[in-house]
Ligand binder design. Structure first.
Ligand SMILES: Cc1cc2nc3c(=O)[nH]c(=O)nc-3n(C[C@H](O)[C@H](O)[C@H](O)COP(=O)(O)O)c2cc1C
Length: 245
């Protein structure tokens, strides 16, 4: 089974490449919506956790799910964390979350993919994005082979302070800077795509009803008419959605 979380499709793309026939590919956001926290694995079934890194740590939505989840019969647990630059403390944080539930993380790899962090800085488009996707494909083949052999490797820990990063993440998780411009067509895609269930359409326009969200940036990156903005800076910035989503 692979449990995945993805805002703009990179991690879903990676999970689809890693999944074998007859294996289950399950969305963490969907499980949260259905309030399903019981994960029962069959004998020898591997558990994969695939998601993006945010602020060099584990996205709040993934952390909250794992902390609540009752995972039974986990034999070999691996994780692939997608990133635009580096995963920092994410694997160490994940290891700790799992250990608190008596689950051992056996294998971790970070996967460099196109960066979707346009809330904070300008992001690449065009050839640079294509190059990243091609090299990610190559790395995914090796990772899939490693997992099939149940290899054990943990790489990617860094010297960043996890608690400082968590603080920064919490500070940046406020939704008040999001708004929709008049070009918004009221299609409701942002509401449907929001894994934090933070958006509600009101008079045919999105309203951020929750004070915070996991900051996946699906709303802004996946708006079909680029009507969503975050403060003053994002008007000039590129959007990113995995082309295979
Ligand atoms: C809020 C936010 C924070 C991010 N923080 C990091 C980071 O700390 N390090 C990094 O390399 N990439 C960072 N990224 C980039 C994403 O991790 C990367 O593009 C990822 O592949 C997106 O996955 P997805 O398409 O499955 O959502 C961040 C993106 C967002 C939206």
């Amino acid at each position: 089974m692979i449990l995945y979380f993805s805002g703009t499709g990179n991690s879903l793309y990676a999970a689809k490449k890693l999944i074998n026939e007859n294996e289950r590919l399950v969305s963490i956001a969907e499980l949260i919506k259905k309030e399903e926290y019981d994960i029962e694995l069959t004998d020898n079934e591997k558990l994969g956790l695939v998601f993006p890194v945010y602020f060099y740590t584990v996205p709040t939505i993934v952390r909250e799910f794992l902390e609540k989840a009752d995972i039974k019969n986990s034999d070999y647990v691996y994780s692939v964390i997608t990133c635009g630059g580096g995963t920092g403390q994410a694997s160490a944080v994940l290891k700790k979350i799992l250990l608190a539930k008596d689950i051992k993380l056996s294998y971790f790899k970070e996967l460099l993919m196109p960066d979707n962090g346009m809330l904070f800085y300008q992001i690449d488009t065009g050839d640079k994005v294509k190059e990243r996707l091609i090299s990610a494909d190559e790395k995914l083949k090796t990772i899939k082979e490693d997992i099939s052999q149940k290899k054990t490797t943990l790489t990617g820990d860094s010297s960043f302070s996890a608690s400082l990063l968590e603080k920064m993440y919490r500070l940046c998780s406020k939704t008040k800077k999001f708004y929709a411009e008049d070009t918004c067509t009221g299609c409701g895609l942002c509401e449907r795509n929001c894994p934090s269930q933070a958006i509600k359409l009101k008079n045919n326009k999105p309203v951020w009803k929750s004070e915070t969200c996991c900051k996946c940036s699906a709303c802004i990156n996946r708006c079909p008419v680029n009507a969503i903005q975050y403060g003053k800076q994002t008007k000039k910035r590129n959007r990113y959605v995995n082309p295979y989503l």
